[in-house]
Ligand binder design. Structure first.
Ligand code: 13P
Length: 329
């Protein structure tokens, strides 16, 4: 059997790293929105905007032509931020071969509809098996060669198994699951809690306090995740607790960074303007609190993050009662 051709949509850090992994196994095309960046990646085998210090495999092809990227693909991985995913898939739809799997690498919910990314895929590309790859995967660390693992969730086990072969390396291990809802909702929710933890770090909260907030966040994540149909064990796994931990503690996390800077007193608009990437949690938070209200799930931590991001609550108010008080004062 010939190995499947891969198309990766989105040349941000994660799209570039996943394409670099699959290019080591099989023919891979990376689609980048910006033609200039696509030409640079093609000619220099580097992505100077998002991963400047890494050499990409010379076999990795890059294009800004979406039709060309997907035309021969046996599988499409989508690493486009959630606000743009639907549009990009719509533009690709007429060029994608029938019935090939489409895998989301995105950790967010669609604004307005509050749909998960595999629901968006199913709407735009009906009949294509949709899946999600998620886990504690800071892109830069994987590019540096640190060991990591993730969960690939799809309804069809044999398709997931076939895709493991283009993703697994000696340092990157992919496990399979059929809990698409659980894996996907965990990936979206953890970003909200990483902002909460970042706020505490920016305000100077203690390590015990951080561990408390992470643990209670896992509880909130599991409650909402199971209420919308995810399985409890998924939230204790790589895509749940694993990704929650890394996003809440890693200095490389964009979502935690937003929280830290807010905690230090910088305005949100300034923080976002200085980033060249999307912190998904900023937009996901409102969707999550609405979803929680609809389902009657209490999510006090997510609510506090929503109050800061969307309702002008001062950051100190969020950590009221949780900051250091010098004994005797
Ligand atoms: P950020 O989007 O916050 O950088 O999170 C990275 C991540 O999802 C690690 O698994």
């Amino acid at each position: 059997l010939r190995s499947p051709s891969v198309a990766v949509l989105g040349g941000g850090t994660w799209g570039t790293v996943v394409a670099s992994i699959t290019a080591r196994h099989t023919g891979t095309v990376l689609w980048l929105r910006d033609p200039e960046l696509a030409a640079t990646v093609r000619e220099t085998h580097r992505n100077p905007r998002y991963l400047p210090e890494f050499d990409l495999p010379p076999t990795l092809r890059a294009t800004a032509d979406l039709a060309e990227a997907v035309r021969d693909a046996d599988v499409v991985f989508a690493a486009v931020p959630s606000p743009y995913l639907r549009r990009v898939l719509e533009a690709a739809a007429g060029h994608v071969r029938p019935l090939i799997p489409v895998i989301s690498l995105v950790k967010g919910l669609e604004q307005g509809t509050r749909k998960r990314m595999t629901e968006v895929i199913a709407e735009v590309l009906p009949g294509h098996p949709a899946g999600v790859l998620s886990g504690p995967n800071i892109a830069r660390e994987i590019a540096q060669g640190y060991a990591a693992a993730a969960t690939l969730a799809m309804p069809h086990h044999h398709t997931a198994q076939a895709l493991q072969t283009v993703l697994n390396t000696a340092r990157y291990r992919v496990y399979t699951s059929d809990d698409v809802i659980g894996v996907e909702i965990a990936g979206a929710l953890k970003n909200v809690f990483a902002i909460a933890v970042g706020l505490g770090d920016g305000l100077g909260a203690g390590d015990n306090t951080r561990a408390m907030v992470i643990t209670r966040s896992l509880h909130e994540l599991t409650r909402l995740g199971t209420a919308v149909g995810g399985r409890p064990e998924t939230f204790a796994g790589l895509a749940g607790m694993g990704d929650l931990i890394v996003t809440c503690v890693s200095p490389h996390s964009r979502n935690r960074h937003v929280g830290v800077e807010l905690g230090r007193g910088r305005p949100l608009s300034q923080i976002l303007a200085a980033m060249n990437q999307v912190a998904e949690g900023v937009k996901t938070t409102a969707a999550v609190t609405k979803l929680a209200a609809e389902r009657g799930v209490e999510m006090p931590i997510a609510h506090e993050v929503d109050a800061v991001l969307n309702h002008g609550q001062p950051v100190e108010q969020t950590y009221r009662g949780l900051l250091r008080v010098i004994p005797g004062h």
